[in-house]
Design a protein around this ligand. Structure first.
Ligand SMILES: [Zn+2]
Length: 439
């Protein structure tokens, strides 16, 4: 139910590949947001710039904090409108009458409410994803391309909501008191299926993927991959330059669809040694099953999360069910409430998942360093990335808690410069997985 694509990541701070409009998801609560705005402003003012901080970084990241909070408030405002205006109750009654069953009506409600949130969020999405990126010189996207991507994202989101929405709808109607347990059990196969399908059926709707054109570089990368037994791993190049200047890479897919994706902007801006380090980082995700760790972490945090949603949802309907137009969670009019509660819960679960992700990413940096033993290339990679994504040396607390799912780039630069156990006769953490010595 969460919008994260746990398998997709980049060496920057975006887990969803930059430039791909993700499926819009329910966000958090008004009170938490009001507090967050105050604290984010305070945190932004406290951020200090140093010699390596890009000059616009603090302003850029403060804006992104603002967009993050506004997105949350906007999403909740749409849900609040459904709940407080009586629209939800009236729409639920119409859907139940027309569609001839509570499961169909609830599924349709999920599709409609999510689409309403996305449509209402379009102006903010334009400010954040198009206008602001152009102001800071990070975007290469045309207005037409942006609009086409948004339209595609809305269609994709609606199809996904239709295909998957019947699962919670059915569980709410059939299991009533224990719908949350059924949904939790269903999450694992749904997440796995999603991760298998996304790289082959969804991501290509937004970007073009092609084999590497630079044969010499590919030969070098394959030789590096062969040292950890991944000589045959699919390596694809994504046309990031159609939307953004920012370099990146990620691993996506599971089983037969797993692949390592390098942005064309990465190949253009980084030296072959830096690309080899990024490849080493990504291969750790591929080799050590980091996608499975992400699924496991999500399941662990979502079990108490779903219990909380169930208990608080019931309590709210007991008190305000008449106004909302639903007496039980299994009614279509209760869907906006469940989505609002999911947003609130995500305000707690996402920071926890971010910390788990940061630890996985730190280990991927270690793996890349042990494989390439090229401290200068690794540090250079992160210095370049820090300038490209406009990240200050010391990200403010709001960014660290809510937005960063990779270590801060200054921390990655420091680690890249100072981690070299191979020069000190100390054992390597991942040495047993690497054949032969580096070039
Ligand atoms: Zn990574």
């Amino acid at each position: 139910m969460d919008g994260r694509l746990p398998s997709a990541e980049s060496p920057g701070d975006a887990r969803v590949p930059a430039g791909s409009p993700g499926v819009r998801l329910p966000r958090g609560s008004m009170a938490a947001l009001a507090l967050a705005i105050l604290l984010a402003v305070a945190g932004g003012m406290g951020a200090s710039a140093t010699a390596t901080t890009p000059p616009d970084a603090a302003a850029y990241q403060r804006d992104l904090n603002f967009f993050w909070i506004s997105d949350l408030i906007g999403g909740l405002a749409v849900l609040a409108l459904f709940l407080s205006s009586g629209w939800g109750g009236r729409l639920g009654a119409v859907l139940s009458r027309r569609l001839g069953g509570p499961v169909r009506a609830t599924t349709a409600m999920i599709v409609i409410v999510l689409a309403a949130q996305s449509l209402a969020g379009l102006p903010l999405a334009w400010c954040k994803g198009f206008w602001h990126e152009h102001v800071f010189g990070l975007s290469t996207e045309t207005a037409g391309h942006w609009a086409a991507d948004q339209a595609t994202a809305l269609v994709v989101q609606s199809v996904i909501a239709l295909v998957l929405g019947w699962i919670p709808a059915l569980l709410l109607v059939r299991l009533t008191r224990f719908w949350w347990l059924g949904l939790w059990a269903a999450l694992c196969p749904v997440l796995i299926a999603t991760m298998v399908v996304v790289p082959v059926a969804i991501l290509p709707l937004f970007h073009h993927y092609a084999p590497m054109a630079d044969r010499d570089l590919e030969t070098g990368l394959r030789a590096e991959a062969a040292r950890v037994g991944l000589g045959d791993a699919p390596i694809l190049v994504m046309d990031q330059s159609t939307t953004s200047k920012v370099p990146g890479a990620y691993v996506a897919g599971l089983f037969g669809t797993a692949r390592i994706v390098l942005y064309d902007t990465l190949l253009e801006k980084m030296t072959p040694a830096q690309v080899r380090f990024v490849m080493g980082h990504e291969m750790k995700h591929y080799l050590l099953g980091d996608a499975w760790k992400a699924i496991g972490a999500f399941l662990i945090v979502m079990l108490p999360g779903l219990v909380l949603i169930d208990r608080s949802g019931r309590a709210i309907l007991r008190r305000w069910g008449g106004r909302i137009g639903a007496r039980q969670l299994a009614e279509p009019a209760a869907i906006p409430l469940l989505l609002a509660l999911l947003s609130l819960v995500s305000l707690v679960t996402n920071p926890i998942l971010n910390q788990g992700s940061i630890s996985i990413e730190h280990e991927a940096d270690r793996f890349g360093l042990e494989l390439t033993r090229d401290n200068e290339a690794a540090a250079g990679t992160f210095r370049l990335l820090q300038a490209e994504v406009l990240q200050p040396d010391d990200p403010d607390w709001f960014q660290r808690i809510f937005r960063l799912d990779h270590p801060a780039l200054k921390d990655r630069i420091d680690f890249a410069r100072t981690y070299h156990p191979w020069t000190e006769g100390r054992p390597l953490v991942y040495g047993a997985r690497m054949a032969a010595s580096p070039p």
